[in-house]
Design a protein around this ligand. Structure first.
Ligand code: PLP
Length: 383
């Protein structure tokens, strides 16, 4: 009798993201105003696409150094210094990764052993679950205040003997919360006291509104030694499909991430690296995208605020509204299903972002104005 081979523990431990589940369910509807996915609707800006066409025509189609092309890392070091205040050496403290996703996956896996705990303020982006599970570590939620910002006391209360790292995402998905610089430093002081790594996910660094400012914790004094800062080209430049991001961190961390990356993707595809260099050389496009998002944000906040039983709050970053719908429901999954089948609007149930998200729904405003207007008209009618 032949024995049936099994799959690894990892394959069952790692959950699919709840956001994907909504995305998959949405495929069975013909007419949906889709505000579920966090993806800019713009095409990659022309100067970036043009640079890639030209470079690929002249042979930019090879393996590169695992950590990325030297000219891209030099440009990233300059961007980090000028815009983030982070002093990272291009030859040893920066790695180019397949999206922020690749950087987060590698960072968690080189920092955590099985059984370790990673603190994550809740509500949080569900893929952190997958990253932590891949290392056979545990995600420990940290509660947040009314603005969805974690407090030092909450971090202190969540730390255990197994805690290795804290993941801070600002501007945040799904809440749009921006952690003010002083709060970031206070959180990091607690982390430092307990000898924790900080993983700073700054994927939405360029998308802040209403006078909010983005602050990179690793720019402050000697904090750099314990911080892995993760950035992305996806949201700032409408480059989600190019799959390119980067991390800056102390040399020993980058070196470990390099070895992990060598065994997984070898290097980020060279055309994507050319695109990233062109993006950095045309940084003005970020301002244009931000302006478009700011206009859409205003539209969605104003329209949602006028609907009975919906409190959109005041998200000041990213491109999400995390609306309090507890006046309508205590089951955000059922509510989102109802919005989809009865109103023709796709959104994401707050519960997929952790228990603290129950009673909320995430609307993404990275959709065009027509789709947003249709969605708001439909919600108004349905509710
Ligand atoms: N971090 C957060 C908080 C995100 O929302 C996302 C994408 O939605 C990512 C990281 C991953 O971005 P990338 O496309 O660079 O992998």
């Amino acid at each position: 009798m032949m024995k049936r081979p099994g799959l690894s523990g990892l394959s069952t431990r790692m959950p699919q993201s709840g956001i994907r589940e909504v995305f998959d369910a949405a495929q069975s509807y013909d007419d949906l105003a889709d505000l579920s996915i966090g993806e800019p609707d713009f095409a990659t800006p022309e100067p970036i696409a043009a640079a890639v066409s030209e470079a690929v025509g002249t042979g930019a189609s090879s393996y590169t150094e695992t950590v990325g092309r030297p000219e891209l890392r030099a440009a990233l070091a300059e961007k980090l210094a000028v815009e983030n205040g982070i002093d990272a050496a291009p030859e040893s403290e920066i790695i180019v990764t397949p999206g922020a996703m690749g950087a987060l996956f590698a960072a968690v896996n080189v920092l955590c052993d099985p059984g370790d705990e990673v603190l994550v303020p809740e509500p949080y982006w569900p893929n952190y679950h997958g990253h932590v599970a891949s290392a056979n570590a545990r995600l420990a939620p940290v509660s947040t205040d009314e603005a969805f910002v974690p407090t030092p006391d909450a971090v202190e209360a969540a730390v255990s003997d197994d805690t290795t790292a804290i993941l801070l995402n600002s501007p945040g998905n799904p809440t749009g919360a921006v952690i003010p610089p002083d709060r970031l430093r206070a959180l990091d002081d607690v982390a430092a006291e307990h000898g924790l790594w900080v993983i700073a996910d700054e994927t939405y660094e360029d998308l802040v509104y209403d006078g909010a400012t983005h602050h990179s914790l690793a720019s402050d004094g000697d904090r750099f030694d314990r911080i892995v800062t993760v950035h992305s080209f996806s949201k700032s430049y409408a480059m989600t499909g190019w799959r390119i991001g980067y991390a800056s961190a102390p040399e020993r961390v980058i070196d470990a991430m390099r070895v992990l990356q060598e065994h997984t993707v070898s290097s980020v595809p060279e055309p994507a690296q050319v695109a990233a260099s062109a993006a950095l050389a045309n940084r003005y496009v970020v301002g244009e995208l931000r302006e478009a998002f700011a206009e859409r944000r205003r539209l969605v906040l104003d329209r949602l605020a006028a609907i009975d039983g919906i409190d959109p709050g005041t998200p000041r970053g990213a491109f999400y509204v995390f609306a309090d719908v507890s006046a309508h429901t205590t089951d955000s999954r059922a509510f989102v299903e109802r919005l989809m089948s009865e109103a023709g609007v796709a959104s994401v149930p707050g519960a997929v972002f952790g228990a603290a998200g129950e009673g909320y729904v995430r609307f993404s405003y990275a959709a065009d104005v027509e789709t947003l207007t249709t969605a708001m008209d439909r919600l108004e009618r349905a509710l």
